[in-house]
Design a protein around this ligand. Structure first.
Ligand code: NAD
Length: 260
């Protein structure tokens, strides 16, 4: 109810006033307001354009071609997605000194687009707005990849420098996590005193281990998510409401303005 949401947001604001080191951990749910469907929405583009597992991508040229075809289809449908209230609120909270950083599972670049400074953002699942060579690491722009892909009638492009396979700079299922980033994310989680898990179903590991690590190190754990999660029992505060509304209400209570 409205009254419950108000009380919960009041509680959240007071946790922030007591906190000296708060960290946000975001998932696909913070970007649904931007028009990008989350992973588990039935009939959504993610179910039609299933991600290709890493092993298949490196083993077969056909799988690479299919991965790029799906990637471009997805990108076309989200073109022009802009940061939503949640992204803007978190960026404003960082600027105002209420939030130390954001750990995100998202690959959509919307935290950056909202003005989150690079040192305050850890992308543990990579970034889908550019590509890299799996062999030598060279960066390739998506426009270059797409041009090659289309000009060749759908062949997956190889690295200009070394001929290796070029892949979207995201972490696929079965692909190793970026070690340094995970280490940094783990350190932020264990060093914070307030950990906000926002818009994540908290079922994808090792990412979902971060809220637990924070909780075990003594942080207050808050979960903001429309649906239940397997970690609800570990949380001090659960807000099952719309992320944009909750974070907008939070910034208002913290006296931060100018979200748009
Ligand atoms: P998920 O899809 O598993 O869970 C999203 C959760 O957010 C759901 O439980 C849903 O109920 C909730 N939610 C959605 N909109 C909400 C709203 N407006 N208010 C409150 N709650 C809302 O997402 P996940 O846990 O991030 O795991 C999915 C994986 O897929 C991640 O690893 C991520 O990298 C990737 N992914 C990324 C994007 C993106 O970059 N935008 C989109 C889809 C999937």
């Amino acid at each position: 109810t409205e009254a419950e949401l108000k009380t919960a947001t009041d509680d959240l604001a007071s946790l922030f006033r007591q906190s000296s080191r708060a960290v946000a951990f975001t998932g696909a749910g913070i970007s649904t307001e931007s028009g990008i469907p989350d992973f588990r929405s039935p009939g959504g583009l993610w179910t039609q354009n299933k991600p290709i597992p890493f092993q298949a991508f490196i083993q077969s040229r056909e799988a690479r071609a299919e991965a790029w075809r799906r990637k471009f289809t997805m990108d076309d449908s989200y073109r022009g997605a802009a940061p939503a209230r949640g992204h803007l609120a978190l960026a404003a909270m960082i600027r105002a000194g209420h939030l130390s950083g954001i750990i995100t599972q998202n690959i959509d670049n919307l935290h950056q687009d909202a003005g989150t400074p690079d040192p305050q953002l850890i992308e543990i699942h990579g970034n889908g707005t550019y590509a890299t060579c799996l062999a030598c690491g060279r960066r390739h722009e998506l426009s270059w990849v797409r041009q090659r892909f289309e000009a060749s009638g759908g062949e997956p492009p190889d690295c200009e420098a070394c001929g290796g396979p070029v892949k979207s700079a995201t972490i696929s299922f079965g692909q190793a996590m970026p070690e340094a980033k995970m280490r940094q994310a783990a350190a932020w989680s264990t060093d914070c005193d307030l950990f906000l898990a926002i818009g994540s179903s908290l079922v994808v590991y090792p990412a979902a281990g971060l809220p637990l690590a924070a909780r075990e190190s003594g942080a207050h754990l808050v979960i903001i998510n429309r649906e239940e999660t397997p970690l609800d029992e570990a949380a001090h505060l659960i807000i099952r409401a719309d992320i944009g509304e909750v974070l907008e209400g939070l910034t208002r209570r913290l006296g931060i303005g100018g979200l748009s």
